[in-house]
Design a protein. Structure first.
Length: 581
């Protein structure tokens, strides 16, 4: 019996060894990179901060994970087997800050002595094409499809004002805000721009426009005045784009691909960037130092995040999963530092404070560096204050230090369909957030002075402590005012401008890890699989359902969603600005 058992154990061990060897050999061939290879990066669909795991990734194949693009360019720049990169800009959807980061990564790749070339189908087709173009132009050599166009048409912000609609429906909005620029409720309260709203939007559009002009002028070695003139003539057909030196050649994708394979007179093996970054089978078995990257994406909610069906971005950041992520990073001895990657316009003030507190506790034990992507505003800025260093892109939408809250009274709407209500209550403020009553003067005072005022003062104080400013100094740049990252640097609301790699270098420096040392990255919260996503009410790929036109509805949709979750009333730190690029 013992002999039989030992034979069984021996066979099992031999089987395991054979399987491990087969896996190792397969892994070796899958990751073999011939000398002179060229990375091929295809940008299509929404640019998301991180890839989806397992089967879920198959459902999001038409997205571009920014973390994989970053990893491929960083490694490729240092890999002697990689000769260059071919960037195919097909139809990406991204924020200005994300386009700036990709462009900076391509430029850093080239700075290592590698070549880069880009192909773009069209920069805009019935919509602005600024962002796809500046990503392609970062390669230094740009090919455009002969029937394409360069739609560098400028920058704009479009606000929506729904007060007239609510009056027609018979819904009375009652909102208050602290900060004259805190205007997320304007979509319900106003019929047109208020003077502060127009002032703020004018400043934002001017700075973003200047950044666009400066970027194109630098990339294409053109005079800024010439770029402004071209913008006013755009969209430009392919032939005119070539003549204006916005592109270098006109060719189809197959012609571009064939040319890349023989670039510089040498034959190159094309290597997909996602395959190049795929982890080795036994990569997770190694020890050593790690840096945790905690992703804070989407609107901020209390509890468990779910799918946001009303938002252009279906992401939502739940306080439960963020608290868990920070605890995990804090208690793991192999994690030397944390990069908190934020792309959020804000949300629940309570959830923001819960997340900020966990980040603050973590920062007391190991370095925490903030990396802002498209948005780090309002609640998104609130949670950023816990970091030892804040880094934003020049076009990041940030600041918006302010709060708002209120409710809807739907009694007139109910009466339009002959519905009446009645109530019996005890307690002066039981109906303060009731859907069928107005705020009393005392309740409005309570809302403004205690609910909103107290939250705003706390917000101001944590910003003052984090930025080493007086409360009075913070007040001058707060008031709900939204800034670009470049403006925020001047206002001392961020420490420096840059992307994720800059934040990673800063985290290494604070953790006393050599900057050139490649560390293992632990991404948190752990991305849910397909079944978990379905149970949580999330479905990948929904973020692109509305497309470009749908972005204008984001502020309205997010405010409605917040009101629904709060049963008609909400207290929030939310930034409503959506820039059209």
């Amino acid at each position: 019996m013992i002999r039989k058992f030992l034979r069984w154990i021996g066979r099992a061990l031999i089987t395991v060894v054979v399987l491990v060897l087969i896996a190792a050999i397969s892994d070796f061939y899958q990751h073999r990179v011939p000398a002179g290879s060229v990375l091929e990066i295809r940008l299509t669909g929404p640019v998301v901060e991180r890839e989806s795991p397992g089967v879920l990734g198959l459902l999001t194949a038409h997205q571009t994970p920014l973390n994989l693009v970053r990893r491929a360019l960083y490694r490729g720049a240092r890999d002697s087997r990689i000769a260059g990169v071919a960037v195919k800009v097909i139809d990406p959807e991204m924020d200005f800050a994300q386009a700036q980061e990709i462009a900076a990564m391509v430029a850093a790749f080239r700075a290592r002595g590698k070549w880069a070339a880009a192909y773009i189908e069209t920069a805009g087709e019935g919509e602005p094409g600024n962002l796809p173009y500046i990503v392609a132009a970062s390669a230094g050599e740009v090919s455009l499809m002969p029937e394409g166009e360069i739609g560098v048409v400028g920058v704009g912000l479009r606000e929506m004002f729904g007060r007239g609609t609510l009056d027609w429906l018979g819904i009375r909005p009652e909102f208050a805000a602290i900060g004259k620029y805190k205007r997320a409720a304007d979509v319900f309260m106003e019929k047109d721009f208020t003077p502060p709203a127009r002032e703020e939007d004018e400043a934002l559009v001017t700075d973003l426009y200047d950044q666009l002009v400066g970027t194109i002028a630098s990339q294409r070695h053109l005079d800024p005045a010439s770029v402004r003139a071209l913008i006013d003539q755009a969209p430009l057909p392919a032939s005119q784009s070539l003549k204006a030196h916005l592109v270098d050649r006109l060719e189809y994708e197959d012609e571009f691909t064939n040319r890349i394979e023989e670039y510089g007179g040498a034959h190159h093996y094309r290597l997909d960037y996602a395959d190049y970054t795929r982890p080795r089978i036994f990569a997770g078995l190694g020890g050593g130092d790690r840096i945790a990257v905690i992703y804070g994406l989407g609107s901020i909610e209390r509890g468990q995040a779910g799918f946001d069906p009303l938002s252009q971005s279906s992401d939502a950041m739940g306080s439960d999963e963020m608290v868990k992520a920070f605890k995990e990073a804090r208690e793991n001895d192999s994690v030397r530092a944390v990069v908190f990657r934020i792309n959020s316009p804000g949300g629940s003030a309570i959830a923001s404070e819960l997340i900020r507190r966990e980040a603050e506790i973590t920062a007391s034990r190991k370095p925490v560096v903030i990396s802002m992507s498209g948005y780090g505003a309002s609640g998104g800025y609130w949670i950023a204050t816990a970091g030892q260093k804040m880094i934003a892109e020049p076009a990041t939408i940030t600041g918006s230090i302010g709060v708002l809250g209120g409710k809807f009274n739907i009694t007139p709407a109910a009466q339009k369909i002959y519905m009446n209500t009645g109530s019996i209550v005890r307690g002066a403020n039981f109906e303060m957030f009731d859907l069928y009553s107005d705020f009393t003067p005392a309740q409005m005072k309570l809302l403004q002075e205690q609910e909103l005022g107290g939250t705003y003062q706390h917000f101001i104080k944590i910003v003052a402590a984090a930025r080493h400013m007086s409360v009075e100094q913070v007040e001058q740049v707060a008031q709900g005012r939204v800034w670009t990252g470049r403006q925020a640097l001047d206002a001392k609301l961020v420490d420096s401008l840059g992307g994720f790699d800059d934040a990673l270098d800063a985290a290494k420096a604070l953790a006393r890890i050599p900057v050139e040392e490649e560390v293992r990255i632990a991404e948190l919260p752990v991305a849910p699989g397909l079944l978990e996503s379905l149970f949580m009410g999330r479905f990948p790929g929904a973020s692109s359902m509305l497309g470009y036109a749908g972005r204008a509805f984001d502020p309205l949709a997010s405010a409605i969603r917040a009101a629904i979750k709060g049963h008609g009333a909400f207290l929030a730190a939310y930034c409503p600005v959506i820039a059209t690029m």
